[in-house]
Design a binder for this molecule. Structure first.
Ligand code: COI
Length: 326
């Protein structure tokens, strides 16, 4: 099998080499994403793998198929960047990956603590020899009520960690999970909004979840609520977030993801003129912490992302059942 791997980062290279050695397959690595202009480079390959920063829409999928690509693996858990329904129609098999949910879950807990303990302004002050304490008083997470929206693998891992911190956990999901009930109480969205001191989103990005956190939702939350998003930027309406910070309905915001982060996050854009004004505006608030979509980024996750993607492509091409095929 010949695989063309797009969006490859230096830290993935060793794992790609492991896959070549283990399965005796050809894998060509490149750093750019799959776009209309480079589709011709896919000729002569059977499969491609990508990493989520580029949209794989119907046109791109058609272009891939026309160049002989039958298999696509995204080295990500989320697959909102791929038109999976179109892929099915066109005849391209698609799979995604799983990796230890603790990588994202632990980062989520860190974001909560960073927000509650005013870590961002504290570090700013340290850097300029300002050792004052005014305005830096924090709150303990122990005893807080935390709303976890989405109880898939990552949401569940977050819930267990929160239970360990002595939080009261309220869970919201369309599908209830028995294990979750040991650590949390399932509630309606309205109750989750009304009772939570902190709310964290771990829902998949679907049409039905786009902007689930909007003006109306924020208005139902406790004044001073802490919002955390380590899932997908589009789950939260950025204008509603800005409004909530400005009118102090939101007490703190911790965002590892951002609306329209694509082609910005994971690249060095230091010398570029960026047009995402909301990103620049929100970043300057002392109670807004932002990171560059890195909650997944642990050594364990990176190896699993590459291994599962390549093994998925192999399984699909051999017609074997693969649980991560979409
Ligand atoms: C995912 O796996 O879904 C992520 O968010 C990771 C990122 C590389 C897109």
């Amino acid at each position: 099998m010949k695989i063309l791997a797009f969006e490859v980062r230096p830290d993935e290279k060793d794992y790609f080499q492991e896959m070549r050695d283990k399965y005796q397959i050809e894998i060509e690595e490149r750093t750019d994403g799959i776009i209309a202009q480079n589709l011709d480079d896919c000729k002569g390959y059977d499969a491609v793998t990508c990493l989520g920063m580029y949209n794989i829409d119907r046109e791109i999928l058609k272009g891939l198929k026309e160049r002989g690509i039958y298999y696509l693996a995204t080295r990500t858990v989320g697959y909102n960047h791929i038109d999976v329904a179109a892929a099915k129609e066109i005849g391209i098999h698609v799979c995604h990956v799983t990796y230890a949910p603790d990588s994202v879950a632990e980062f989520t807990l860190m974001m909560m603590l960073v927000a509650l303990r005013k870590y961002k302004p504290a570090v700013y002050r340290q850097n300029v020899n300002d050792y004052s304490l005014d305005g830096l008083i924090g709150k303990c997470i122990h005893g807080m009520t935390v709303g976890v929206m989405g109880t898939g693998q990552i949401g569940r891992a977050v819930i267990k960690l929160l239970a360990g911190f002595g939080c009261k956990v309220l869970a919201y999901d369309q599908f209830q999970n028995e294990e979750v009930k040991k650590y949390a109480t399932y509630v309606s969205l309205e109750e989750c909004y009304a009772k939570s001191d902190i709310i964290t989103t771990h829902l998949p990005m679907l049409d039905s979840t786009r902007h689930i956190i909007n003006e109306k939702a924020i208005a139902q939350m406790k004044k001073g609520v802490v919002l955390v998003n380590t899932a997908r930027g589009e789950l939260m309406d950025v204008n509603a977030l800005i409004h909530g910070i400005e009118n102090k309905q939101i007490g703190a915001l911790a965002l590892d993801v951002f609306e329209q982060e694509y082609k910005i996050y994971h690249s060095n854009r230091k010398n570029d003129i960026l047009s995402n004004r909301d990103m620049a505006y929100l970043r300057q608030f002392p109670n807004v912490v932002m990171t560059q979509h890195m909650a997944f980024y642990t050594e364990g996750s990176v190896s699993e992302m590459v291994i599962h993607a390549i093994e998925g492509l192999l399984a699909m091409s051999e017609g074997k059942p693969w649980t991560m095929e979409l």
